[in-house]
Design a protein around this ligand. Structure first.
Ligand code: ZN
Length: 399
């Protein structure tokens, strides 16, 4: 049944993103007959990916007839997800539905040799696979750098002291082979690598605050610098070679701080955690990440006028940057992550007012600005990239 096979990927994507909680909804969403939807659901269940409730249930508040519930198979396969940032790394196993099955935080200073930390994060993930005995279908890595496509090289890993052009995707696949991470058919898993904010945006679009948006703009600052991403019709807008939406070097303060790009007053250096701590007159300490220090300051000392004024300064500069992006990209939703999310929550009206005031399309107040809702969205996004071949063609991906 070719018709049915072509529907497997779309059907899996619907269950994966929570848009098909029952077989009746799946039938309607796919626009196929009940028999075809039933066969497709049974095939995905036979592949070990989803679970079909044997007893039909009545949907809450629905007048329709009871239908079989669909959910992610509770002990189904996983992918290995890894994230490297300025303060260390984390590895996790992530199932369908964006569910983190197991995670191993590992914090260390990031060595200048990318192979060493990639080996370490992959070994942490391989240990999780051995401990949980889960079947692995892929692997994804999030890094704080633009990643050129299709070669998978990190072009500006400025806050990691890695060499420009480090071949991260290749190093990742080599590390997976070394650690014995095997995929379908017992062959080594091929790793995919991407920019951390691109991947976070993908995760928020599928499982978080970006669900249902058609032109989703994400801007975030996690550890150092600022990243941006645009998800159009469910796919990250990558530009001609993976480098689109390098928003960190928009000028938001012409007389501002010098930036490593050679300019000054860039979003990157004016709105990241270090900029906020500096504006608040705080000396950053080594104990916890700059993001955590900023978050603690905002949450516990916002009543202090120095802290509030620093927050307002950073919010105004972030608002300028967002307004420029709204004019150019015309998004239907903006989702903020990291410190930007904290700043939005500290004073939602101020940020929305700056964006409305400074943008042509934002003036009507029609662009919702929301906080990201996923913990570890870059990690979940790395998993999404690894799941993509399965979502595109489950039969082919499972060999
Ligand atoms: Zn710059």
């Amino acid at each position: 049944m070719e018709r049915g096979r072509g529907a497997l990927g779309p059907a899996l994507a619907l269950v994966h993103t929570g848009r098909a909680p029952t077989r009746a909804v799946l039938t309607a969403e796919l626009g196929v007959t009940r028999a075809t939807a039933g066969a497709v659901a049974a095939e995905l269940e036979a592949l070990g990916l989803i679970q079909v409730d044997p007893h039909p249930i009545a949907a809450a508040g629905s007048q329709g007839r009871p239908s079989h519930g669909l959910s992610i198979a509770p002990h189904g396969p996983v992918v290995l997800a890894a994230q490297i940032h300025a303060d260390g790394f984390r590895a996790a196993l992530v199932g369908l539905g964006g569910r983190m099955v197991a995670t191993a935080p590992g914090c260390m200073t990031v060595p200048a040799d990318p192979a060493r930390i990639i080996d370490a994060v992959v070994e942490a993930g391989a240990e999780l696979l051995r401990a949980t005995r889960r079947r692995c279908l892929g692997a994804g890595l999030a890094v704080p750098s633009a990643v050129a496509e299709p070669d998978g090289t990190a072009l500006n890993p400025l806050h990691l002291s890695w060499p420009t052009g480090a071949p991260v995707a290749e190093l990742f696949s080599e590390a997976l082979a070394k650690s014995g991470v095997l995929g379908p058919g017992g062959t080594p898993v091929t790793g995919v690598a991407g920019n951390d904010v691109n991947l976070a945006a993908l995760a928020e679009h599928r499982h978080g605050a970006g669900r249902g948006a058609r032109h989703l703009l994400c801007v975030a600052t996690g550890h150092r610098g600022v990243g941006g991403a645009l998800v159009v019709d469910g796919r990250v807008h990558s530009g001609s070679s993976g480098l689109a939406l390098e928003v960190g070097h928009l000028t938001v303060n012409p007389a501002g701080m010098p930036c490593h790009c050679g300019s000054r007053g860039c979003l990157d250096v004016e709105t990241d955690p270090l900029a906020f701590l500096t504006a608040a007159g705080r000396e950053p300490g080594p104990a916890v990440s700059l993001l955590q220090q900023s978050r603690d300051l905002l949450r516990s000392e916002y009543a202090d006028p120095t802290v509030r004024e620093a927050a307002e300064l950073v919010v105004d500069r972030l608002g300028l940057g967002l307004a420029g992006l709204v004019n150019i990209l015309n998004p239907d939703r903006i989702v903020l992550g990291g410190l930007h999310r904290e700043l939005l929550e500290a004073d939602p009206e101020r940020l929305r007012a700056v964006v409305a005031d400074r943008s042509l399309w934002g003036r009507s107040g029609s662009v919702p600005i929301l906080s990201g809702t996923l913990d570890h969205n870059s990690l979940i996004g790395a998993a999404e990239a690894a799941w993509q071949p399965v979502l595109d063609d489950p039969l082919a991906a499972l060999g």
